[in-house]
Design a protein. Structure first.
Length: 184
């Protein structure tokens, strides 16, 4: 692949990421601590405090039917989990396990954590070369899928866009409920 094509692929991935991150910032700037653990339905996946004061995500190895509605807390942990592991793969570090990812808790600490992940990811993305983009990637799909780091970077953009839209929708629903005088 010519250097100009590699540069344009990297630039496209970065522009797409920056656009998605701008939406993330819009919602992150407006999150209130009470937004994180708000449960909009009876069936929710959230973060639960353990006896030691840490947080554990609701999880099932097989997706339940119906799928629980995730809280903003769960979504921010989920982003932190998959994004940390994606960066591990691209940087060729040992990938962390799901239970190794610690959610900071409801509020500013989680927003700061996500911004740190963004900084690490942009450094990673900006450092990709032609060889780096073409390198096989076994995340988030099986090793034999034949996909590359470029595919992984595009997946990060799509997954982040989806998760940020979910966070935004939950935040807007809670705010609209409060404005209408409903208990939320």
């Amino acid at each position: 692949m010519p250097a100009s094509v590699t540069a344009s692929v990297t630039a496209l991935l970065r522009r797409q990421f920056d656009l998605t991150w701008a939406l993330a910032e819009y919602h992150l700037d407006r999150l209130e601590p009470g937004d994180f653990l708000w449960e909009p339905a009876a069936l929710c996946w959230t973060m639960r405090q353990d006896p030691a004061g840490g947080w554990r995500a609701d999880w099932a190895d097989t997706e339940p039917d119906p799928v629980p509605v995730p809280t903003i807390a769960w979504l921010t942990w989920h982003i932190g989990w998959w994004w940390s592991v994606a960066a591990d793969h691209v940087r060729q570090r040992p990938a962390r396990e799901r239970d190794d990812i610690r959610w900071p808790g409801p509020g500013a600490e989680t927003v700061a954590w996500l911004r740190e992940l963004r900084s690490e990811w942009t450094d990673t993305l900006d450092g990709l070369t032609e060889a780096g983009l073409d390198r096989p990637s076994a995340y988030p799909w099986p090793a034999d899928a034949g996909l590359t780091v470029a595919d992984l970077a595009a997946w990060v953009n799509a997954e982040l866009m989806k998760n940020v839209a979910e966070i935004g929708q939950l935040r807007l629903m809670r705010a609209a409920g409060r404005a209408a005088g409903r208990a939320v």
